[in-house]
Structures are given as C-alpha cells and as structure tokens.
Design a protein around this ligand. Structure first.
Ligand code: PLP
Length: 393
C-alpha cells in the first residue's frame, strides 16, 4: 500500500467537469445534448487577442518569464483596475496566475491548517470548500439565501467570525447563483471587519464585468481599511472568453505577495509567455467585443428566467450578474442532483444540481446561459415536457 498524506482523502472536485465529461460521452454516442452545464462563454476569444499570442510566439517569446508575470502585463492590470475602479494598485502587488483557480488554491494554502477556520459562501464555487478541507482547516459556510437575492449578508457573515477565523472568502457576482451583493452590504461587512484586524479577505471578482440592470460592480480594493489584508482574485477566463488559455491575476498585499511568488516558482515557474502577451492585448485593446458578449448574456438572462418561471414547480429570481440562473425546484418534488442527472439522461439537457455547490444548494439547479438563445429555448421546452409528465421517484 502506498503511504500518501491524508489531505488527499479530503480534497474535493468540481462536479461541472464530471458532468461535462458525461455530456461529451453521450454526444459522442450521437445523443442530442444541450449544455447549460459548464461555466464558460460560448463565444470565441476575440481575434486580435489570438493574433497577439501568435505574434508573441513569432517574436520569440517562447521562454520562461518572471514567476510573477511580465512587467507590461502587471502594469496593464494595475492601469485597468485604476481606470475601472479608481483604485491605486502597484504593479508590484499584481501576480499573473495560470487562471483564477490558482489564486484560491494558493490563498487557502496560506491560511488553512488544522485549528484555523475559513469562511466561504454556500452555495458557492466548490473549490473553496475543497481546498479548505485539503488544508485541514475547518470550513465555515456562510449561507447565501434566495430571499436576499443571493447576495451575502454582512450581518450573518460577521456573526460567524470567531478568534479562530483566518480568512473570509466572498464572491460577487457569484457562481452558482448569479447573485450580486449591493454596495450597502459590502460597506457593512467592511465596517464590521474593523473589529477583526487579523482576518484576511479573499474577494473573487472573476465576473466583475458581468453586472446587469445598470448596476456597478463594487470592487473590494476600493476600501482602504482592508487593503493590507485583501487578496483580489480576477482573470481573463470569463470576460474575454479565455477559459482554456489559463490566465488570471491576483493582487496580494505585503508578505503574501512573496509567498505567492515562491509558490509559483515551486509549482509552475511562470505563466505561458504567449498567453501573457494575449492578456496584455486584451486589456489594452478595444473592449467592444466584451460588451457585445455581455449584452448578449443580458438578453439570454431574460429568456432563461422567463422560461424557467413557466415550468411546473419551478421559480427563478432574476440574477443580477455572471451568466448563471439558479432556479428553485423544490415544488417539483425532485432532489436537485437526481433531477439534473435524469434530465441529462432522458432529455439531453445539461444542468448542475445545486448540492454540487454546497449543502444549501439542495432544491436548486444551476443553468449556465452561455449557450445560444435557440438552444436555451429548446432546453426549456424539453425541461417543461419532462416536468409535466415525469414525477419525482
Ligand atoms: N471563481 C469563480 C467564482 C468561478 O466561477 C470560476 C470558474 O468557473 C473561477 C473562479 C475559476 O476561473 P479560472 O477558469 O480562470 O480558473
């Protein structure tokens, strides 16, 4: 028997990838599959970004870069954050990462160990809890409630802090709910955190461009009182339709930056050089394709919410951000994961059961509307027919 460390018995997964594999296998057998499963834009990376990567390779950028990323890209990230949020960020606190996930991985490694508590949203992105468990820290779920429009509650969050709390993870706009936390609630959270100066905050803002109804995203970097303990997670995956490029960035304060840099040196050395040049083009080039994509998501949001609310036993509040709907399916009588897998097997519609995002996800499905309106309507038709005729086992 191999003697491996116990941490690996606790590490979790992201079930959306398992569902994607199953859906692909069914499609390979000739089944007509409509994916509302995985969270990635169905658009192509804008052409000028692709060209920038090709040019970088042709220009000879094929070697290692600095572990924290090329300086022009770190400068572009700082300038971009300044232009969008009016915040001062030093390029020396920007760390280029191979995607958004490595920032949560590294940050949780920095704070998690047995005896420590780390708070995270439930329902929320599954990797938070997985990594907390991996480190041996105690995961403390912060309930994200439908009656709050799937925003987090500052009061509820602050009440869960104890002297053992090391890190609080927040995510707005949120996966899987599409919830956006209003500024008033973020203000309250930040004010309450003044009493807890030893608690760090990781703000996952990977969907920061995708906020609808004329609302403005609230970037946590704009709160000076927490800047010395705030880790920002962001990246190119969703905004620029670049999920497969593996390109993200973090802003780390103080000594955490050096920890992240050393982890990078130990783990991946640096991010793919041509992807970094592509990221630079994305930030400094025209943004109209981004806004076109987001306008299209906004249109589909209306279609998916209206359609879901017509299905028997289903109700869906209008998500204010990201590209997910999180309908309540409690009145159908189905357990969420059972419904998701039966829908896939019998109708070819891919959704994700809410419990894949935490205990409080029971009673909900996640639908990613990163698919064409035509396919969304077809999927809703199939779901409607299924729910009208099939009762829960
Ligand atoms: N954070 C959230 C909330 C996400 O939904 C995702 C991806 O689905 C990520 C981070 C990870 O992004 P990346 O693909 O860049 O690692």
């Amino acid at each position: 028997m191999l003697k491996t460390v116990a941490n690996f018995d606790r590490i979790g997964e992201e079930n959306a990838f398992a569902v994607l594999a199953r859906a692909n296998a069914l499609a390979a057998q000739g089944r007509d599959i409509i994916s509302l499963g995985i969270g990635q834009p169905d658009f192509r990376t804008p052409e000028f970004i692709v060209e920038a990567a090709i040019k970088a390779l042709r220009d000879g950028h094929h070697g290692y870069t600095a572990a924290n990323g090329i300086l022009p890209l770190r400068e572009a990230v700082a300038a971009n954050l300044h232009s969008r949020y009016g915040v001062e960020v030093s390029p020396d606190s920007v760390m280029i990462m191979p995607g958004g996930k490595p920032t949560m991985f590294m940050t949780i490694l920095m704070f998690g160990e047995p005896g420590a508590e780390i708070m995270y949203p439930d329902p929320g992105f599954p990797i938070y809890r997985s990594m907390i468990e991996y480190t041996g820290a105690t995961p403390v779920p912060v309930p994200i409630r439908e009656e709050n429009g799937f925003a987090f509650s500052a009061e509820e969050t602050l009440k869960l802090i104890t002297p053992k709390t090391r890190l609080i993870i927040v995510n707005s706009p949120a996966n899987p709910t599409g919830g956006v936390t209003p500024k008033s609630e973020v203000d309250k959270l930040v004010a309450g955190l003044e009493k807890w100066p030893d608690v760090a905050i990781m703000s996952d803002e990977i969907y920061d461009h995708m906020v609808y109804d004329g609302e403005k995203h609230v970037c946590l970097l704009s709160y000076p009182s927490i800047r010395d303990r705030l880790i920002l997670l962001n990246g190119w995956s969703k905004t620029y339709a670049m999920t497969g490029w593996r390109l993200g960035y973090a802003v780390y304060p103080g000594k955490l930056y050096d920890y992240a840099r050393k982890l990078a040196v130990n783990l991946h050395s640096c991010v793919n050089a041509s992807a970094q040049f592509a990221g630079l083009a994305a930030l400094t080039g025209p943004q109209d394709e981004v806004w076109k994509m987001i306008a299209e998501f906004d249109k589909r949001r209306g279609v998916v919410v209206a359609g879901l609310n017509k299905l028997p036993g289903v109700s869906c509040i209008t998500p204010k951000g990201a590209f997910y709907a999180f309908p309540n399916i409690k009145a159908t009588g189905w357990k969420a994961k059972e419904l998701a897998s039966t829908l896939l097997n019998e109708t070819g519609v891919v959704t994700i059961g809410g419990p894949d995002f935490g205990i409080l996800g029971e009673g909900y499905l996640r639908l990613s509307y990163a698919n064409s309106t035509e396919n969304i309507l077809k999927a809703l038709d199939r779901m409607g027919e299924f729910l009208a005729t099939r009762k829960a086992a």
